[in-house]
Design a binder for this molecule. Structure first.
Ligand SMILES: Cc1cc2nc3c(=O)[nH]c(=O)nc-3n(C[C@H](O)[C@H](O)[C@H](O)COP(=O)(O)OP(=O)(O)OC[C@H]3O[C@@H](n4cnc5c(N)ncnc54)[C@H](O)[C@@H]3O)c2cc1C
Length: 457
């Protein structure tokens, strides 16, 4: 058996593993960093939906670059880590033993399918959306010649895939299991706007129903339809189960690493497991919500990268005070040319968590004056604590600038800023680039929230 020695072993080459390795090398340049990942070609997971339609059109255009890591002197091995001896600090692959000083689990997540639908994965035409090029190519090749596409799940991955298939004039139906799409990230009023836009792109939505059976009418092992709880039958040549992801933690569990809620690896704020030489980052780690501190199922590449930065700089002692204090579930999606972004809690989630909130809501334009070519509506909704005025959630709908606008709101939430501070913040405005200084939607939404806080109930 081949023997390899390194200082820091990173298992996984997704966003969390990649960022951990680069951060570790930047902070500890004399350490030998080794990344082991299963596949030679790693897809950029966030752009997988765009493989199926006109935007990218093939997986070859969605390959992650690993150039930076090799330029920095980070080594890579392709293969699977099958076993770990945490006491001896040894990891085992098929024909190789790796000794390490520090270990980072970045083994990610895999598609979750409800047990009642598991068996249907054996049918031709039924797919999940894994982050694996070979399997994504299989889905793409199979669906290219098919007409009726049913997407199960109305989270952002299901919706992005559905809209992409619609760009190829397929008959696409999303079965959501919730009244409106994107319900985990947006309040119903904004989810409805996204849904109406999706319908305009030709995607059908069945909200108040769910799939109870996937049907192979001819007994030929090929899917034909799905049956809904209501008894309705929807024709399907392809069924895509976009029903969530679960932490990939079987290796960690086998190695005796403690797991927490939803089977994620238990970590502290510095992404350390209970053994401080072993870290876990990304989708395989157990997460908490930034505001409520409740267990969270949110899985995002951006959060995974942030965790990688924390772990990579904390390997040999706490270097920077900033720990990771929970996910703010910050993300953006696009339906056609309209962007929908969200961070923190929605109004509905805050109320469910028994937090007394007011909402600041303002719709303006993303350019000024309105006659500037391509000016679009920009809507900002802020969820604000009635006592104290801290902003704990934000939703933005607008043009491309929305992606960065939500990042600003994310920093506001993470920094515990309140609406009084945002109301008087200094901003740069320019007709071709931004809203007007007099009616900047983020500031105006704060002003609206202050008005509600100060009005007697
Ligand atoms: C279709 C889709 C669209 C998405 N869009 C967005 C988006 O727009 N924005 C966003 O923020 N997030 C998005 N996400 C979520 C995001 O992709 C994940 O949160 C992110 O990939 C998690 O990163 P990770 O590094 O923790 O895990 P993963 O990306 O799952 O990577 C895990 C890595 O570990 C490797 N591995 C696992 N076990 C072993 C082993 N035993 N030995 C060796 N290697 C192993 C895998 O091969 C892989 O390289 C999307 C996800 C999907 C599927």
């Amino acid at each position: 058996m081949k023997k390899i020695k390194c200082d820091v072993l990173v298992i996984g080459g997704g966003p969390a593993g990649g960022v951990s390795a680069v951060t570790a090398k930047t902070n500890y340049p004399n350490k030998e960093i080794l990344v082991v990942r299963e596949f030679e070609i790693q897809l950029v997971p966030c752009a997988i939906p765009y493989i199926f339609g006109e935007t990218l059109g093939c997986s070859e255009k969605d390959v992650a670059s690993c150039g930076m890591a090799s330029d920095m002197g980070i080594s890579t091995l392709i293969g699977e880590v099958e076993d770990i001896d945490t006491k001896e600090k040894l990891a085992y692959m098929k024909d190789c033993q790796i000794s390490f000083d520090k270990l980072i689990f970045a083994t990610g997540s895999e598609p979750f399918v409800h047990s009642s639908l598991q068996h249907s994965l054996e049918l031709d035409g039924v797919f999940t959306v894994p982050k694996n090029k070979t399997l994504i190519d299989k889905l793409k090749d199979y669906s290219d010649s098919k007409e009726n596409i049913v997407v199960v799940g109305s989270g952002f991955i299901g919706i992005e895939i559905a809209v992409e298939f619609a760009t190829k004039n397929k008959n696409v139906t999303v079965i959501g299991g919730s009244k409106h799409i994107l319900k985990n990230a947006f309040d119903s009023d904004i989810g409805l706007q996204a849904e109406e836009l999706m319908l305009k792109y030709g995607v059908k939505y069945i909200g108040d129903d769910r799939v109870v059976e996937i049907i192979d009418q001819n007994n030929d092992n090929i899917v034909n339809a799905v049956k809904l709880k209501s008894g309705n039958i929807i024709d399907a040549d392809v069924v895509i189960l976009a029903t969530g992801y679960k932490p990939n933690t079987s290796l960690a569990q086998k190695a005796g690493i403690a797991l927490a809620h939803y089977r994620g690896i238990w970590v502290d704020e510095y992404m350390r497991t209970q053994n401080h030489d072993i870290f876990a980052v990304g989708d395989c780690s157990a997460r908490r919500d930034f505001i409520t501190k409740e267990s969270s199922k949110v899985m995002l590449a951006s959060t995974s990268s942030a965790e990688g930065r924390v772990a990579g700089s904390s390997l040999y002692g706490i270097k920077y005070l900033k720990g990771f204090s929970g996910t703010i579930a910050i993300f953006s999606t696009m339906i056609g040319k309209r962007a929908f972004s969200s961070a923190g809690l929605t109004q509905e989630q805050a109320q469910k968590a028994n937090i007394d909130v007011v909402v600041g809501y303002f719709q303006g334009l993303n350019r000024h004056p309105a006659t500037i070519p391509n000016a679009q509506k920009q809507l900002v909704k802020l969820v604000v604590m009635r006592h104290g005025g801290q902003i704990i959630g934000g939703q933005v709908v607008g043009g491309e600038e929305t992606g960065e606008m939500i990042n600003l709101i994310g920093l506001i939430i993470e920094s515990h800023f309140d609406v009084y501070r945002v109301m008087s913040m200094q901003i740069a405005t320019q007709p071709m680039l931004t809203s007007a200084p007099t009616s900047y939607p983020l500031i105006m939404a704060s002003v609206m929230a202050i008005d509600k806080i100060e009005k007697p109930q």
